[in-house]
Design a binder for this molecule. Structure first.
Ligand SMILES: [Zn+2]
Length: 155
């Protein structure tokens, strides 16, 4: 989905290092080969993550040049997702504990300072329910058709 508004500016930053400094296969030290920047939108603001990516430099190793990302990255957000796990958890709680509608969830997120389109609120909800798997989202029309089909099939 193409972005219509500019990506929000980061309100704070974090540096994430790999806990595992040696290759899990050959045991030799992995070099910090490059850094990745990633922005995650959380309930506490937009966090700029600096990821220290390591790779094994041992040519005889089966993990030669395979990137090793900081372990802590997974506690921030799902792969290739821009919203943090706290936002996804909030959307799930609003939907399944308080039975809020998508427009209500969208409004609640806006009140929390998380700018998100109503369509994206639906996609976050569908991500939670397992209808879609990250990073590949279905189009909203296809998702609504699937939801309608599932409601009909439950009757
Ligand atoms: Zn290795």
């Amino acid at each position: 989905m193409a972005r219509k508004s500019p990506q929000p500016k980061a309100t704070s930053s974090e540096v994430l290092e790999c806990v595992q400094q040696n290759c899990p296969s050959c045991g030799k030290p992995m070099w910090n080969e490059y850094n990745n920047l990633r922005r995650v939108r959380t309930l506490k603001g937009v966090i700029q993550l600096l990821l220290k990516i390591r790779r094994c430099q041992n040519r005889t190793c089966e993990r030669y040049k395979i990137k090793y990302r900081p372990e802590q990255e997974g506690s921030w957000a799902l792969p290739q997702q821009e919203f943090g796990l706290d936002v996804i958890a909030l959307v799930g709680a609003l939907r399944y504990q308080e039975y809020r509608s998508i427009p209500q969830i969208h409004q609640h997120l806006g009140n929390q300072g998380v700018e998100v389109s109503e369509r994206y609120s639906l996609q976050l909800l569908l991500l939670i329910t397992g209808f879609i798997k990250p990073p590949r989202f279905l189009t909203t029309k296809r998702v609504l058709m699937q939801l309608k089909f599932n409601e009909v099939s439950k009757l």
